[in-house]
Design a protein around this ligand. Structure first.
Ligand SMILES: [Zn+2]
Length: 440
């Protein structure tokens, strides 16, 4: 980890409520409670990792103990704020429940809550990953939550609310934190890039934000990795290299080849390439499934970058392709790849020859399926032929021809030939063979 990396991560940790990315729902509820002076004694922050639970807990801890608050915000300058910022405050105690889950740890906590805060008004306990506590520890914590001293504020944070006993939940005000949308994360990274004078393509930022999967912390740390990896301008291409993800172009080529009968060789080449390069075939299957989801959504007219998780240029490419194929054929591919995914997940195949075989055979099977007429197409053709048979749709050229002497005579017209020409390639057994019909 470079010095630059560490500095950047620390420098952009929000120190005020208004600096936090998103989470407006939780923040406005907290701000209202501060304004109306009705803060509770126990809060539970629930949501995915890296979205700001601990950050907001620290800002709240600073605000309740601030000697010179600025409206709803802490001043970040008074003795109390500075100590909390330095991590040296005795009034704000952070506990990681993942490593302090024993009953003794919680007993210590119960002993310590009796003592009044030293500088500020409240003794704030921030318990991170609270779902990791043992049953006994939860029971001990509950006793404190049931009769909390006036001067104590508990802020519990968790990613797994289902593991927290109902008795604890009922004592807390619960705030739900959400994943940050990709486009919002992209904007946040763009602001940082401007401040840091880092040259970076917009699409590269989008891909970094996507990799962050809704987490500000993860997006930021990935951005920092990219900065130390890239020399000069950060491009989307370089980000792709580092994420080692399969490009949309590879996925698109495979899908296009599935619709061409004669290109089995081309169809299987990308799989051989991934295998020979030591790539992760199991991840390829997962990413291909994600790609098919995107194709289906785009076919349905969805173009939202955030929802699709793709840059605009890629969306346009896929749009042009899916416009040329029937919707239900995408489902055929999706179903087959989904089954393949279940198998590969179960077998943990990664980069084995077995994985290569499974993928190759599945792709050939799909190619074969796609190039046969669908039930809808067969019904459509049968309808056309039956119209023809009823004489509703028979053009004169089909039934009559002009001879050299200008005499018009009937042509030989065989319905069986007509059916065969429509269903060329369909397998007809002796049992289901259409009986020979009389000529017109
Ligand atoms: Zn202050």
């Amino acid at each position: 980890m470079s010095e630059h990396y560490k500095v950047l991560a620390r420098r952009y940790r929000p120190q005020l409520f208004r600096e936090v990315v998103e989470q407006t729902h939780a923040i406005s509820a907290i701000e209202n409670a501060i304004k109306e002076n009705r803060l509770g004694s126990a809060y539970l922050f629930y949501g995915p990792r890296g979205v700001g639970k601990t950050t907001i807990a620290r800002i709240l801890a600073k605000r309740v103990n601030c000697l010179n608050p600025q409206g709803v915000e802490p001043c970040n300058q008074c003795e109390s704020c500075v100590e909390i910022l330095n991590g040296s405050s005795l009034d704000v105690i952070e506990i990681d429940a993942a490593s302090n889950r024993r009953i003794e740890d919680i007993r210590d906590l119960r002993e310590n809550v009796k003592f009044k805060p030293i500088i500020g008004k409240k003794k704030v306990y921030i318990i991170d990953e609270v779902h990791m506590l043992t049953k006994e520890s939860f029971n001990a914590l509950l006793k404190t939550l049931e009769e909390p001293p006036e001067h104590v504020l508990f802020i519990l944070a968790t990613t797994e609310i289902n593991k927290i006993p109902e008795t604890i939940l009922s004592r807390c005000q619960i705030f739900t934190f959400r994943k940050v949308p990709i486009v919002r994360l992209q904007k946040y990274l763009e602001e940082i890039a401007q401040k840091e004078k880092i040259q970076v393509e917009k699409d590269a930022l989008f891909l970094i934000a996507k990799k962050g999967d809704g987490s500000v912390r993860d997006s930021l740390s990935f951005f920092e990795q990219i900065i130390s990896y890239c020399d000069g301008k950060i491009t989307a291409e370089k980000v792709r290299e580092l994420t080692d993800s399969f490009s949309v172009d590879v996925m698109l080529t495979i899908t296009q080849n599935l619709f061409r009968v004669s290109s089995s060789n081309e169809l299987l080449k990308p799989i051989a390439d991934i295998f020979n390069d030591g790539g992760d075939l199991e991840r390829f299957i997962w990413e291909y499934l994600e790609f098919l989801r995107i194709c289906i959504l785009i076919h349905k007219g969805i173009k939202d970058k955030d929802l699709l998780g793709l840059i605009g240029e890629d969306i346009e490419k896929i749009h042009q392709f899916v416009a040329t194929i029937p919707f239900e054929k995408l489902f055929t591919i999706f179903d087959e790849i989904y089954q393949l995914r279940s198998k590969s997940y179960f077998l943990r195949i990664k980069n084995t020859y077995e994985a290569r075989i499974l993928i190759e055979v599945t792709l050939l099977k799909i190619q074969d399926k796609l190039n046969k007429p669908t039930l809808d197409e067969i019904i459509h053709d049968i309808n056309q032929i039956s119209k023809l048979f009823e004489g509703q749709d028979i053009s004169e050229e089909k039934l009559f021809k002009k001879e050299n002497n200008n005499k018009i005579v009937k042509k030989d017209f065989s319905l069986e030939d007509e059916i065969q020409s429509k269903f060329l390639g369909t397998y007809i057994t002796d049992e289901n063979k259409i009986p020979k019909l009389p000529n017109f």
